[in-house]
Design a protein around this ligand. Structure first.
Ligand SMILES: *Cc1c(COP(=O)(O)O)cnc(C)c1O
Length: 371
């Protein structure tokens, strides 16, 4: 019997490496509230991601919610975004009292169709929240031009794009801010965790207030903030995993190349593009099934993989603008390409330690679905 293959598997440092990293915490009893690990990790990320400021969070979602809140948009303001994403992106907008306005995505790389953004701008538009989906970099140049023209803020959901560069520039550098998720399932993780990267010095205090109850000093609370701090154990995991990031990405690259060798040039299968100028982190391996030319639907392939103990994900399906919690609010016919792709996409298992034999087996099952 074949072993089960999950869609993802968290990379971990050696047990001893992590123990060594947290030893200091046992001595100091300082477990959270911006201690030595938090400070060291933040500094390492500022250097690694080549940005002036990084704020660390207990998870990526609160990082995104907080940075949107920090922009002080008027209640009911409109935010142009994509429905082809994880729930977090849309929820962060709605939970801030803002209205998501859904823009369609591009057929080739699944990112927001920047050419369609301008037609959605109204006098209530305050921001654009695009997603570097699967680590594919959005059309940052066009988005910047539109943002300048209409004086909009741009906050990237870069949850998938840790370690990615575009034309040599870190994915963290675009727009007014970028959010990264360090969830256990991401290329780089801190168990749970996240960060906001930004340029504006004025945001440092603001974000700090928001994630730490607005406490400025023992007797000084200046702001009605919440709690979203990253703890020392998360930061220690980040410090360990950062040492192995390059090796992690290199291993993922080999897995992706193996997948490509089987699935490239197969009728009815569309692969994630290799974007020009982009140094990828090989975060995901999405494939699109065109059932008329492939000879099987996405669901048939999904079921056949499951039957063989292989976990694939319909990622992203359903679109966020069709979620039950938004029933009747958004018109999904406004994003036809996103709808089309969400009904045909599967992301295949991908992690650093996935063996070539497993990739061969997965591809064998997929190709045998053709009728
Ligand atoms: C993972 C993810 C998030 C949320 O990150 P958490 O760290 O899990 O809170 C947000 N957006 C996208 C696109 C994600 O994949």
């Amino acid at each position: 019997m074949n072993n089960k293959i999950l869609v993802t598997r968290s990379s971990m440092p050696e047990f001893e490496e992590y123990c060594n990293e947290i030893k200091e915490l046992w001595n100091s009893h300082w477990l959270t509230n911006m201690g030595v690990k938090h400070r060291a990790f933040q500094a390492q990320l500022e250097q690694k991601l080549d940005v002036p400021h990084v704020a660390l969070y207990t998870n990526g979602h609160l990082a995104l919610e907080n940075v949107i809140a920090a922009m002080n948009f008027p209640h009911g303001g409109e935010v142009i975004t994509t429905p082809f994403t994880f729930a977090s992106t849309t929820h962060a907008i709605v939970r801030n009292g803002l209205t998501p306005v859904f823009c369609d995505i591009r057929a080739d790389d699944f990112t927001i169709d920047a050419e369609k953004i301008e037609s959605l701008v109204t006098d209530r538009t305050c921001a654009i929240v695009p997603v570097h989906v699967y680590g594919n970099i959005c059309d940052v140049e066009v988005i910047e031009r539109i943002a300048k023209k209409y004086e909009l803020k741009v906050i990237y959901d870069a949850a998938h794009a840790f370690g990615v560069t575009y034309k040599g520039v870190s994915a963290a550098a675009f727009g007014d801010a970028s959010m990264f998720s360090f969830h256990a399932t991401k290329v780089f993780h801190t168990i749970e965790g996240g960060a906001v990267c930004f340029h504006d010095d004025a945001l440092v205090q603001k974000l700090n207030d928001m994630k730490n109850f607005g406490i400025r000093g023992p007797e000084d609370v200046e702001f009605v903030g919440g709690n979203a701090k990253m703890n020392e154990f998360q930061a220690a995991m980040g410090i360990c995993n950062l040492r192995h990031l390059d090796a992690e990405i290199a291993k993922r690259k080999l897995v992706v190349e193996r997948y490509r060798s089987h699935l490239e040039r197969v009728d009815g299968i569309q692969l994630n593009p290799v974007q020009e100028g982009v140094q990828s982190n090989y975060a995901y391996f999405p494939i699109i099934f065109q059932e008329d030319s492939f000879g099987a639907t996405r669901h048939e392939v999904f079921a056949k993989l499951a039957e063989n103990g292989i976990g694939a994900r319909k990622y992203f399906y359903p679109l966020t603008n069709t979620f039950a919690c938004f029933h009747g609010k958004y018109d999904v016919t406004q994003t036809p390409m996103a709808l089309h792709l969400s009904r045909r996409v599967l992301t295949l298992p991908l992690y650093a330690d996935l063996t070539m034999e497993d990739v061969d087996r997965i591809c064998g099952v997929i190709l045998a679905c053709r009728k």
